[in-house]
Design a protein. Structure first.
Length: 394
């Protein structure tokens, strides 16, 4: 019998109450936490929260939420396929979890372990997790890194709008906790500097298009803006913004140079530390900077970095790990035995004062870490044989 259904008091503890405190801003709301009974009750308030829950809910967990289900009629003269759809508080023992970032949908599929009598126990069901609706997650044990993840997700993080502009086009992106969401991209070709009059008119029209796109994404209550680009076009656009849209201009927190335009410039800014002033403590920037340091040390053949499970595990046993990085797919795709091994590894790192970062597979930092076997570590002191030059990895 699952720990959540051992008695009426346990079920009552996770049953949603009438009074719900909704969060303000972009953060998950932790309503209740009872680790003795193994449950945490949360309210997701934005798509980033669904991403976090996707990485928190594992196979064999139990998840409880309101859901609808078609009930077949058992009346004597009813049609065999006729039925009605009812809404009820239900629980499933998780078999799989899916997340669609484009549709903003999180689905939890499993076997029903709690439902009204009219719904058969043991049947399969999929919970569609909705924003601003409570759900309860039950685990046999809650690893510290998952509790830390929920705690960090519960802190409001303002999304950053990045405008990458040059004389060949522009792109606008919004930072999310799982990566960068490219909102718009357009290519243009401004006349050369020798055609001053034509260039000035074309630049103004170019800036107007960028402003129109930016205005659709920007909101007065949040959305700090960073303008990046090659050459002086970014500075000219910042001046244009101050003249034409003072309210948006006031939210510009930085204007920075990058070596590439468009989407490539946005990704360059994220990984290079250009956004560090504007995006302090932003998850995606922290992840990108950590992986840049890993790649930098690997490129130099530095012995204070390890990658791959065997080398990292050896470093952990020696108490050498200062920062451990894992790509989220490693944890999500692991079987029970593998996950227990990984969690023991993480626990050992924390016991020795090290830090843990689970890196999103949805942006470049995650791609780089996957290429290293999904796990890497920065070390306090060098260990022979843990690093090799990048050329040796190909």
């Amino acid at each position: 019998m699952s720990r959540i259904t051992k008695g009426k008091s346990a079920v009552k503890a996770i049953y949603p109450r009438c009074t719900i405190l909704y969060s303000r801003g972009r953060k998950v709301k932790i309503i209740e936490k009872n680790l003795q009974q193994g449950f945490v009750k949360v309210i997701p308030t934005c798509e980033d929260d669904l991403w976090h829950l996707y990485n928190v809910i594992y196979k064999d967990d139990e998840v409880y939420a309101y859901s609808s289900r078609a009930i077949k009629s058992e009346k004597e003269y009813s049609r065999p396929k006729s039925g009605e759809r009812i809404s009820a508080f239900m629980g499933v023992k998780v078999e799989s979890v899916s997340w669609d970032k484009f549709m903003g949908k999180l689905r939890v599929h499993g076997v029903i372990c709690h439902a009204p009598d009219i719904i058969p126990q043991g049947a399969h069901h999929t919970l569609s997790i909705a924003l601003n609706q409570p759900l309860t997650i039950v685990k046999k044990e809650w690893p510290k890194h998952l509790l830390d993840r929920l705690t960090l997700a519960s802190r409001t993080e303002k999304p950053l709008l990045i405008v990458a502009i040059d004389d060949e086009g522009y792109a606008i992106a919004e930072t999310r906790q799982y990566g960068v969401d490219i909102k718009v991209e357009e290519r243009v070709k401004l006349p050369g500097k020798l055609e001053a009059e034509n260039r000035a008119a074309a630049a103004k029209a170019h800036f107007r298009r960028v402003l129109n796109s930016l205005a659709q994404l920007w909101t007065p209550s949040h959305s700090p803006v960073v303008i990046i680009g090659v050459g002086f076009v970014k500075n000219d656009f910042a001046k244009f913004l101050a003249e034409e849209a003072a309210d948006i201009a006031k939210s510009v927190v930085d204007v920075k140079s990058v070596n590439n335009g468009g989407v490539a410039g946005i990704y360059e800014a994220v990984r290079s530390g250009v956004l560090s002033k504007a995006a302090r403590q932003m998850r995606i920037v922290d992840e990108a900077e950590l992986m840049e340091e890993v790649m930098k040390r690997l490129g130099k053949g530095d012995a204070t970095v390890a990658y791959g499970f065997e080398a990292v595990e050896h470093a952990v046993k020696m108490g050498a790990v200062e920062k451990l990085a894992l790509v989220d797919t490693v944890l999500r795709d692991a079987n029970d035995e593998q996950r227990l091994h990984l969690e023991a590894l993480m626990q050992s790192v924390e016991q020795h004062g090290g830090g843990i970062t689970v890196i999103s597979s949805e942006h470049e930092a995650g791609d780089k870490l996957r290429a290293l076997g999904g796990i890497a570590a920065l070390l306090r002191f060098p260990i022979a044989g843990t690093a090799s030059r990048l050329n040796d990895m190909v």
